[in-house]
Design a protein around this ligand. Structure first.
Ligand SMILES: [Zn+2]
Length: 110
């Protein structure tokens, strides 16, 4: 991978991370507010809704961790290499999932 390519992915990842930071912040505000509402008859719905919100929040956080991991690999000079087999991750994969840490083969194997 060339320096220009790494720079490009670093920029993409930086933008994605910023977006996620904002979404996580917004989301946690929503969850906080949800906790203040007095449930009454809708208590079970509220609980379910809270569960959904927390699930989304968790998904955001997981993605953020993956992006942070990818940014760390850029720093270490190992970005674009599969963490499992050490092979190159194809550009087709990185174009779709720039934070990917596995090559297509390892991903398939799980
Ligand atoms: Zn691999």
């Amino acid at each position: 991978m060339t320096k220009d390519e790494i720079k490009k992915y670093k920029e993409i990842l930086g933008v994605e991370k910023e977006k996620l930071d904002k979404e996580i912040e917004e989301h946690e505000k929503l969850v906080d507010m949800g906790g203040d509402i007095d449930g009454g008859d809708e208590e079970s719905d509220e609980a379910e809704e809270m569960g959904n919100q927390l699930g989304i929040s968790h998904a955001f956080r997981t993605r953020k961790e993956e992006i942070e991991g990818a940014l760390l690999r850029i720093q270490n000079g190992t970005y674009g290499k599969c963490v499992k087999c050490g092979g190159e991750i194809s550009k087709e994969v990185l174009e779709i999932v720039p934070e990917s840490e596995l090559c297509a083969k390892c991903k398939k194997l799980g």
